[in-house]
Design a protein around this ligand. Structure first.
Ligand code: NAD
Ligand code: UDP
Ligand code: UDP
Length: 347
Protein backbone atom coordinates (compact mmCIF):
# COMPACT_ATOMS: atom_id res chain seq x y z
CA UNK A 1 0.00 0.00 0.00
CA UNK A 2 1.12 3.53 -0.70
CA UNK A 3 0.84 6.39 1.82
CA UNK A 4 -1.30 9.20 0.50
CA UNK A 5 0.67 12.49 0.52
CA UNK A 6 -1.16 15.74 1.29
CA UNK A 7 -1.85 17.61 -1.89
CA UNK A 8 0.31 20.76 -2.26
CA UNK A 9 -1.86 23.89 -2.05
CA UNK A 10 -0.68 24.96 -5.49
CA UNK A 11 -2.42 21.88 -6.82
CA UNK A 12 -5.81 22.72 -5.29
CA UNK A 13 -8.40 22.77 -8.00
CA UNK A 14 -9.22 26.34 -8.99
CA UNK A 15 -12.76 26.73 -10.15
CA UNK A 16 -13.16 29.72 -12.42
CA UNK A 17 -14.89 32.63 -10.65
CA UNK A 18 -15.07 30.76 -7.35
CA UNK A 19 -13.65 32.40 -4.22
CA UNK A 20 -13.07 30.37 -1.04
CA UNK A 21 -16.06 30.97 1.26
CA UNK A 22 -13.97 32.57 4.00
CA UNK A 23 -12.68 35.21 1.58
CA UNK A 24 -16.06 36.16 0.21
CA UNK A 25 -17.11 39.69 1.10
CA UNK A 26 -19.26 39.37 4.18
CA UNK A 27 -21.88 41.99 3.30
CA UNK A 28 -21.87 45.13 5.40
CA UNK A 29 -20.37 44.68 8.88
CA UNK A 30 -21.14 47.55 11.22
CA UNK A 31 -19.80 48.49 14.65
CA UNK A 32 -21.93 50.74 16.84
CA UNK A 33 -20.12 51.98 19.95
CA UNK A 34 -22.58 53.09 22.63
CA UNK A 35 -25.18 50.96 20.83
CA UNK A 36 -27.00 50.04 24.06
CA UNK A 37 -27.79 53.71 24.69
CA UNK A 38 -30.73 55.82 23.63
CA UNK A 39 -29.70 56.87 20.10
CA UNK A 40 -27.46 53.84 19.53
CA UNK A 41 -30.20 51.29 20.15
CA UNK A 42 -32.55 52.98 17.64
CA UNK A 43 -29.70 53.07 15.13
CA UNK A 44 -29.11 49.34 15.69
CA UNK A 45 -32.81 48.59 15.06
CA UNK A 46 -32.65 50.54 11.80
CA UNK A 47 -29.38 48.92 10.66
CA UNK A 48 -30.72 45.41 11.30
CA UNK A 49 -33.74 46.23 9.14
CA UNK A 50 -31.39 46.58 6.15
CA UNK A 51 -30.86 43.32 4.26
CA UNK A 52 -27.34 44.24 3.11
CA UNK A 53 -26.20 44.48 6.74
CA UNK A 54 -24.77 41.11 7.70
CA UNK A 55 -23.41 41.98 11.11
CA UNK A 56 -24.03 44.61 13.78
CA UNK A 57 -21.62 44.60 16.70
CA UNK A 58 -22.48 46.75 19.71
CA UNK A 59 -19.65 47.75 22.04
CA UNK A 60 -20.89 49.33 25.27
CA UNK A 61 -19.75 49.61 28.90
CA UNK A 62 -23.37 50.11 30.12
CA UNK A 63 -22.54 53.36 31.93
CA UNK A 64 -25.75 54.98 30.70
CA UNK A 65 -26.90 52.28 28.28
CA UNK A 66 -29.04 49.25 29.12
CA UNK A 67 -29.04 45.69 27.84
CA UNK A 68 -32.83 45.96 27.75
CA UNK A 69 -32.52 48.52 24.90
CA UNK A 70 -31.16 45.83 22.57
CA UNK A 71 -32.46 42.67 24.29
CA UNK A 72 -35.11 42.16 21.57
CA UNK A 73 -32.35 41.31 19.08
CA UNK A 74 -31.01 38.63 21.43
CA UNK A 75 -34.52 37.32 22.12
CA UNK A 76 -35.34 37.15 18.40
CA UNK A 77 -32.15 35.13 17.89
CA UNK A 78 -30.95 37.37 15.05
CA UNK A 79 -27.53 35.84 14.29
CA UNK A 80 -26.33 39.14 12.82
CA UNK A 81 -26.44 40.87 16.24
CA UNK A 82 -23.61 40.76 18.77
CA UNK A 83 -23.25 42.61 22.09
CA UNK A 84 -19.83 43.13 23.72
CA UNK A 85 -19.31 44.67 27.16
CA UNK A 86 -16.25 46.79 26.58
CA UNK A 87 -14.97 50.25 27.46
CA UNK A 88 -13.73 52.13 24.39
CA UNK A 89 -10.96 53.69 26.50
CA UNK A 90 -9.29 50.25 26.11
CA UNK A 91 -8.14 49.03 22.67
CA UNK A 92 -10.16 46.36 20.90
CA UNK A 93 -9.62 44.29 17.75
CA UNK A 94 -12.62 43.81 15.45
CA UNK A 95 -13.14 43.48 11.69
CA UNK A 96 -15.86 45.79 10.34
CA UNK A 97 -16.64 48.00 7.34
CA UNK A 98 -18.32 50.92 9.13
CA UNK A 99 -18.01 52.37 12.63
CA UNK A 100 -20.72 54.55 14.15
CA UNK A 101 -18.92 55.98 17.18
CA UNK A 102 -21.53 57.05 19.76
CA UNK A 103 -19.97 55.86 23.04
CA UNK A 104 -20.10 58.83 25.43
CA UNK A 105 -22.61 59.93 28.06
CA UNK A 106 -24.79 62.66 26.56
CA UNK A 107 -26.82 64.19 29.37
CA UNK A 108 -25.15 66.93 31.43
CA UNK A 109 -25.91 65.07 34.68
CA UNK A 110 -24.14 61.94 33.39
CA UNK A 111 -21.17 63.60 31.70
CA UNK A 112 -20.46 65.80 34.74
CA UNK A 113 -20.63 62.76 37.08
CA UNK A 114 -17.02 61.78 36.34
CA UNK A 115 -15.64 64.53 34.08
CA UNK A 116 -12.17 63.00 33.71
CA UNK A 117 -13.77 59.75 32.52
CA UNK A 118 -15.85 61.76 30.03
CA UNK A 119 -12.67 63.31 28.61
CA UNK A 120 -10.95 59.91 28.42
CA UNK A 121 -13.97 58.48 26.60
CA UNK A 122 -14.00 61.34 24.11
CA UNK A 123 -10.26 61.50 23.52
CA UNK A 124 -8.74 58.04 24.19
CA UNK A 125 -11.96 56.24 23.22
CA UNK A 126 -12.20 58.12 19.92
CA UNK A 127 -8.47 57.59 19.27
CA UNK A 128 -8.89 53.83 19.73
CA UNK A 129 -11.88 53.65 17.38
CA UNK A 130 -9.98 55.71 14.78
CA UNK A 131 -7.00 53.37 15.19
CA UNK A 132 -9.32 50.43 14.63
CA UNK A 133 -10.85 52.09 11.56
CA UNK A 134 -7.36 52.71 10.18
CA UNK A 135 -6.24 49.12 10.76
CA UNK A 136 -9.21 47.56 8.95
CA UNK A 137 -9.94 50.38 6.46
CA UNK A 138 -13.41 51.05 7.86
CA UNK A 139 -15.43 54.22 7.36
CA UNK A 140 -15.73 56.12 10.67
CA UNK A 141 -18.63 58.34 11.76
CA UNK A 142 -18.27 60.56 14.85
CA UNK A 143 -21.37 61.67 16.71
CA UNK A 144 -20.32 65.13 17.82
CA UNK A 145 -22.66 67.66 19.32
CA UNK A 146 -24.17 71.12 19.06
CA UNK A 147 -22.29 71.77 22.32
CA UNK A 148 -19.14 72.38 20.24
CA UNK A 149 -20.75 75.79 19.57
CA UNK A 150 -20.80 76.45 23.35
CA UNK A 151 -22.93 79.45 24.31
CA UNK A 152 -23.19 80.56 20.69
CA UNK A 153 -22.82 84.16 19.61
CA UNK A 154 -24.24 83.32 16.14
CA UNK A 155 -27.84 82.29 15.73
CA UNK A 156 -28.85 79.92 14.23
CA UNK A 157 -25.62 77.94 14.26
CA UNK A 158 -23.96 77.20 10.91
CA UNK A 159 -21.23 74.54 10.61
CA UNK A 160 -18.65 77.22 9.73
CA UNK A 161 -19.13 78.90 13.13
CA UNK A 162 -16.22 78.07 15.48
CA UNK A 163 -18.19 78.44 18.68
CA UNK A 164 -17.92 80.15 22.05
CA UNK A 165 -16.75 77.51 24.51
CA UNK A 166 -15.45 77.88 28.06
CA UNK A 167 -12.34 75.64 28.24
CA UNK A 168 -12.30 75.46 32.06
CA UNK A 169 -15.98 75.17 32.93
CA UNK A 170 -18.08 72.29 34.24
CA UNK A 171 -19.33 71.42 30.73
CA UNK A 172 -15.83 71.49 29.20
CA UNK A 173 -15.21 67.75 29.70
CA UNK A 174 -17.99 67.21 27.18
CA UNK A 175 -17.80 70.14 24.75
CA UNK A 176 -14.00 70.39 24.66
CA UNK A 177 -13.87 66.56 24.64
CA UNK A 178 -16.08 66.46 21.54
CA UNK A 179 -14.09 69.28 19.91
CA UNK A 180 -10.91 67.21 20.39
CA UNK A 181 -12.72 64.15 19.03
CA UNK A 182 -13.56 66.18 15.90
CA UNK A 183 -9.91 67.27 15.62
CA UNK A 184 -8.67 63.67 15.92
CA UNK A 185 -11.19 62.57 13.31
CA UNK A 186 -10.02 65.21 10.82
CA UNK A 187 -6.33 64.47 11.54
CA UNK A 188 -6.84 60.74 10.82
CA UNK A 189 -8.72 61.76 7.67
CA UNK A 190 -5.92 64.04 6.46
CA UNK A 191 -2.98 62.05 7.85
CA UNK A 192 -4.05 58.43 7.37
CA UNK A 193 -6.50 58.96 4.50
CA UNK A 194 -9.28 57.52 6.61
CA UNK A 195 -12.87 57.86 5.34
CA UNK A 196 -14.64 59.88 8.05
CA UNK A 197 -17.99 61.55 8.70
CA UNK A 198 -18.86 64.08 11.42
CA UNK A 199 -22.39 64.72 12.71
CA UNK A 200 -23.11 67.59 15.11
CA UNK A 201 -26.24 66.40 16.84
CA UNK A 202 -28.73 68.82 18.41
CA UNK A 203 -31.01 67.92 21.38
CA UNK A 204 -32.74 64.65 20.57
CA UNK A 205 -35.60 62.91 22.40
CA UNK A 206 -37.71 59.77 22.11
CA UNK A 207 -38.46 56.37 23.63
CA UNK A 208 -35.64 54.69 25.63
CA UNK A 209 -34.18 57.95 26.94
CA UNK A 210 -32.98 57.42 30.50
CA UNK A 211 -35.92 58.48 32.67
CA UNK A 212 -33.81 60.24 35.29
CA UNK A 213 -30.99 61.59 33.13
CA UNK A 214 -31.84 65.18 33.99
CA UNK A 215 -32.38 66.30 30.41
CA UNK A 216 -35.25 68.67 29.98
CA UNK A 217 -37.56 66.53 27.81
CA UNK A 218 -37.14 63.39 29.93
CA UNK A 219 -37.54 65.45 33.13
CA UNK A 220 -40.73 67.22 31.99
CA UNK A 221 -42.35 64.04 30.61
CA UNK A 222 -41.53 61.99 33.74
CA UNK A 223 -42.63 64.84 36.02
CA UNK A 224 -45.96 65.31 34.22
CA UNK A 225 -46.66 61.56 34.35
CA UNK A 226 -45.75 61.37 38.06
CA UNK A 227 -47.94 64.42 38.84
CA UNK A 228 -44.88 66.36 39.97
CA UNK A 229 -44.24 70.00 39.02
CA UNK A 230 -42.25 70.65 35.82
CA UNK A 231 -38.89 72.10 36.90
CA UNK A 232 -37.95 75.07 34.72
CA UNK A 233 -34.36 76.19 35.29
CA UNK A 234 -33.56 79.91 35.31
CA UNK A 235 -36.23 82.14 33.76
CA UNK A 236 -37.16 79.47 31.21
CA UNK A 237 -36.47 81.83 28.29
CA UNK A 238 -33.40 79.92 27.09
CA UNK A 239 -34.07 78.02 23.86
CA UNK A 240 -33.38 74.59 22.41
CA UNK A 241 -34.45 72.77 19.23
CA UNK A 242 -35.77 69.27 19.74
CA UNK A 243 -35.31 66.47 17.24
CA UNK A 244 -37.19 63.17 17.30
CA UNK A 245 -34.84 60.18 17.36
CA UNK A 246 -36.03 58.54 14.11
CA UNK A 247 -35.13 61.71 12.19
CA UNK A 248 -31.63 61.63 13.67
CA UNK A 249 -31.12 57.94 12.82
CA UNK A 250 -32.13 58.62 9.21
CA UNK A 251 -29.65 61.52 9.08
CA UNK A 252 -26.80 59.43 10.52
CA UNK A 253 -27.33 56.70 7.93
CA UNK A 254 -27.55 59.22 5.05
CA UNK A 255 -24.35 60.81 6.30
CA UNK A 256 -22.51 57.48 6.60
CA UNK A 257 -23.66 56.33 3.14
CA UNK A 258 -23.07 59.71 1.47
CA UNK A 259 -19.92 61.20 0.00
CA UNK A 260 -19.41 64.17 2.33
CA UNK A 261 -17.20 64.39 5.40
CA UNK A 262 -19.07 67.22 7.08
CA UNK A 263 -19.38 68.37 9.78
CA UNK A 264 -23.16 68.36 9.39
CA UNK A 265 -25.68 69.79 11.85
CA UNK A 266 -28.38 67.17 12.45
CA UNK A 267 -31.24 68.71 14.36
CA UNK A 268 -34.76 70.05 14.10
CA UNK A 269 -34.79 73.81 13.50
CA UNK A 270 -38.05 74.26 15.47
CA UNK A 271 -36.91 76.45 18.39
CA UNK A 272 -38.65 76.50 21.79
CA UNK A 273 -38.07 78.29 25.07
CA UNK A 274 -38.21 75.96 28.08
CA UNK A 275 -41.51 77.59 29.04
CA UNK A 276 -42.91 76.83 25.57
CA UNK A 277 -41.70 73.23 25.91
CA UNK A 278 -43.46 73.00 29.28
CA UNK A 279 -46.65 74.18 27.56
CA UNK A 280 -46.36 71.45 24.88
CA UNK A 281 -45.85 68.84 27.64
CA UNK A 282 -48.93 70.18 29.45
CA UNK A 283 -50.96 69.97 26.22
CA UNK A 284 -49.84 66.40 25.52
CA UNK A 285 -49.85 64.89 29.03
CA UNK A 286 -51.55 66.98 31.68
CA UNK A 287 -52.97 70.51 31.27
CA UNK A 288 -52.93 70.87 35.07
CA UNK A 289 -49.21 70.17 35.44
CA UNK A 290 -47.68 72.94 37.55
CA UNK A 291 -44.44 74.73 36.74
CA UNK A 292 -41.77 75.32 39.38
CA UNK A 293 -38.74 77.54 38.79
CA UNK A 294 -35.27 76.37 39.91
CA UNK A 295 -31.85 78.04 39.70
CA UNK A 296 -30.11 77.35 36.39
CA UNK A 297 -26.86 75.37 36.05
CA UNK A 298 -23.49 77.00 35.25
CA UNK A 299 -22.57 77.87 31.65
CA UNK A 300 -26.03 77.00 30.32
CA UNK A 301 -26.19 78.02 26.63
CA UNK A 302 -28.84 80.71 26.13
CA UNK A 303 -29.89 79.82 22.59
CA UNK A 304 -29.54 76.85 20.31
CA UNK A 305 -30.97 76.22 16.85
CA UNK A 306 -29.37 74.42 13.93
CA UNK A 307 -28.99 75.82 10.45
CA UNK A 308 -29.50 72.62 8.45
CA UNK A 309 -29.02 74.04 4.95
CA UNK A 310 -25.87 71.95 4.42
CA UNK A 311 -27.57 68.66 5.36
CA UNK A 312 -30.57 69.52 3.19
CA UNK A 313 -28.42 70.38 0.17
CA UNK A 314 -25.73 67.69 0.37
CA UNK A 315 -27.46 64.78 2.14
CA UNK A 316 -31.03 65.42 1.01
CA UNK A 317 -32.05 65.14 4.66
CA UNK A 318 -34.39 67.10 6.86
CA UNK A 319 -36.36 66.18 9.97
CA UNK A 320 -39.99 65.14 9.52
CA UNK A 321 -41.38 64.84 13.05
CA UNK A 322 -42.39 68.07 14.81
CA UNK A 323 -42.35 68.24 18.63
CA UNK A 324 -46.13 68.01 18.97
CA UNK A 325 -46.07 64.71 16.99
CA UNK A 326 -42.90 63.26 18.52
CA UNK A 327 -43.65 63.89 22.18
CA UNK A 328 -46.71 61.60 22.34
CA UNK A 329 -44.55 58.83 20.81
CA UNK A 330 -42.32 58.76 23.90
CA UNK A 331 -45.07 59.10 26.48
CA UNK A 332 -46.28 55.48 26.27
CA UNK A 333 -42.73 54.20 26.67
CA UNK A 334 -42.14 56.45 29.70
CA UNK A 335 -45.51 55.54 31.20
CA UNK A 336 -44.85 51.80 31.02
CA UNK A 337 -41.31 52.15 32.41
CA UNK A 338 -42.37 54.47 35.26
CA UNK A 339 -45.50 52.64 36.32
CA UNK A 340 -44.67 49.14 35.10
CA UNK A 341 -47.73 46.97 35.51
CA UNK A 342 -49.23 49.30 38.09
CA UNK A 343 -52.39 51.12 37.21
CA UNK A 344 -51.83 54.79 36.43
CA UNK A 345 -52.68 56.97 39.47
CA UNK A 346 -55.50 58.74 37.61
CA UNK A 347 -56.71 55.77 35.56
P1 NAD B 1 -26.64 57.63 25.94
O1 NAD B 1 -25.98 58.02 27.22
O2 NAD B 1 -28.00 57.05 25.98
O3 NAD B 1 -25.72 56.64 25.11
C1 NAD B 1 -24.32 56.59 25.22
C2 NAD B 1 -23.90 55.13 25.25
O4 NAD B 1 -22.47 55.06 25.32
C3 NAD B 1 -24.44 54.39 26.48
O5 NAD B 1 -24.96 53.16 26.08
C4 NAD B 1 -23.21 54.24 27.36
O6 NAD B 1 -23.29 53.12 28.21
C5 NAD B 1 -22.10 54.13 26.33
N1 NAD B 1 -20.79 54.53 26.83
C6 NAD B 1 -20.46 55.65 27.52
N2 NAD B 1 -19.15 55.68 27.78
C7 NAD B 1 -18.62 54.55 27.22
C8 NAD B 1 -17.32 54.00 27.17
N3 NAD B 1 -16.28 54.62 27.74
N4 NAD B 1 -17.14 52.81 26.54
C9 NAD B 1 -18.19 52.17 25.98
N5 NAD B 1 -19.44 52.64 26.00
C10 NAD B 1 -19.66 53.81 26.63
O7 NAD B 1 -26.62 58.93 25.02
P2 NAD B 1 -27.28 59.19 23.60
O8 NAD B 1 -28.24 60.29 23.76
O9 NAD B 1 -27.72 57.93 22.98
O10 NAD B 1 -26.03 59.78 22.81
C11 NAD B 1 -25.30 59.03 21.87
C12 NAD B 1 -24.22 59.90 21.24
O11 NAD B 1 -24.82 61.02 20.59
C13 NAD B 1 -23.23 60.47 22.25
O12 NAD B 1 -21.93 60.43 21.72
C14 NAD B 1 -23.67 61.89 22.43
O13 NAD B 1 -22.60 62.73 22.78
C15 NAD B 1 -24.24 62.21 21.06
N6 NAD B 1 -25.24 63.29 21.15
C16 NAD B 1 -26.49 63.03 21.65
C17 NAD B 1 -27.42 64.07 21.76
C18 NAD B 1 -28.80 63.85 22.31
O14 NAD B 1 -29.54 64.81 22.44
N7 NAD B 1 -29.19 62.65 22.62
C19 NAD B 1 -27.04 65.37 21.36
C20 NAD B 1 -25.76 65.57 20.88
C21 NAD B 1 -24.87 64.53 20.76
N1 UDP C 1 -6.37 50.43 18.21
C1 UDP C 1 -7.42 49.63 18.59
N2 UDP C 1 -7.82 48.64 17.72
C2 UDP C 1 -7.24 48.43 16.51
C3 UDP C 1 -6.19 49.28 16.13
C4 UDP C 1 -5.78 50.27 17.00
O1 UDP C 1 -8.00 49.76 19.65
O2 UDP C 1 -7.69 47.54 15.80
C5 UDP C 1 -5.91 51.48 19.12
C6 UDP C 1 -4.45 51.37 19.45
O3 UDP C 1 -4.29 50.60 20.63
C7 UDP C 1 -3.99 52.80 19.64
C8 UDP C 1 -5.04 53.64 18.92
O4 UDP C 1 -6.05 52.73 18.48
O5 UDP C 1 -4.02 53.13 21.01
C9 UDP C 1 -4.47 54.40 17.76
O6 UDP C 1 -3.98 53.49 16.84
P1 UDP C 1 -2.97 53.92 15.69
O7 UDP C 1 -2.55 52.68 14.97
O8 UDP C 1 -3.57 54.99 14.88
O9 UDP C 1 -1.78 54.60 16.48
P2 UDP C 1 -0.54 53.99 17.27
O10 UDP C 1 -0.91 52.63 17.76
O11 UDP C 1 0.53 53.96 16.26
O12 UDP C 1 -0.33 54.97 18.36
N1 UDP D 1 -33.72 72.42 31.90
C1 UDP D 1 -34.87 72.82 32.59
N2 UDP D 1 -35.44 71.92 33.44
C2 UDP D 1 -34.96 70.67 33.63
C3 UDP D 1 -33.80 70.27 32.91
C4 UDP D 1 -33.21 71.18 32.05
O1 UDP D 1 -35.35 73.94 32.44
O2 UDP D 1 -35.55 69.92 34.41
C5 UDP D 1 -33.12 73.38 30.93
C6 UDP D 1 -31.61 73.54 31.04
O3 UDP D 1 -31.29 74.57 31.94
C7 UDP D 1 -31.24 73.91 29.61
C8 UDP D 1 -32.28 73.18 28.75
O4 UDP D 1 -33.33 72.82 29.64
O5 UDP D 1 -31.39 75.29 29.42
C9 UDP D 1 -31.75 71.93 28.07
O6 UDP D 1 -31.10 71.13 29.03
P1 UDP D 1 -30.67 69.63 28.75
O7 UDP D 1 -29.95 69.16 29.97
O8 UDP D 1 -31.84 68.85 28.30
O9 UDP D 1 -29.70 69.69 27.49
P2 UDP D 1 -28.51 70.65 27.06
O10 UDP D 1 -28.99 71.25 25.80
O11 UDP D 1 -28.26 71.69 28.11
O12 UDP D 1 -27.36 69.74 26.88
Amino acid sequence: TTTRMPMPTSAWPRLPGRVPLALKRKGLRVLVTGGAGFVGSHLVDRLLSRPEVTSVIVVDNFFTGQKSNVAHHVASGDPRFELIRHDVVEPILLEVDQIYHLACPASPVHYKFNPVKTIKTNVVGTLNMLGLAKRVGARFLLTSTSEVYGDPLQHPQVETYWGNVNPIGVRSCYDEGKRTAETLTMDYHRGANLEVRIARIFNTYGPRMCIDDGRVVSNFVAQALRKEPLTVYGDGKQTRSFQYVSDLVEGLIKLMEGEHVGPFNLGNPGEFTMLELAKVVQDVIDPNARIEFRPNTADDPHKRKPDITRAKDLLGWEPKVPLAKGLPLMVNDFRSRIFGDQIKPDA
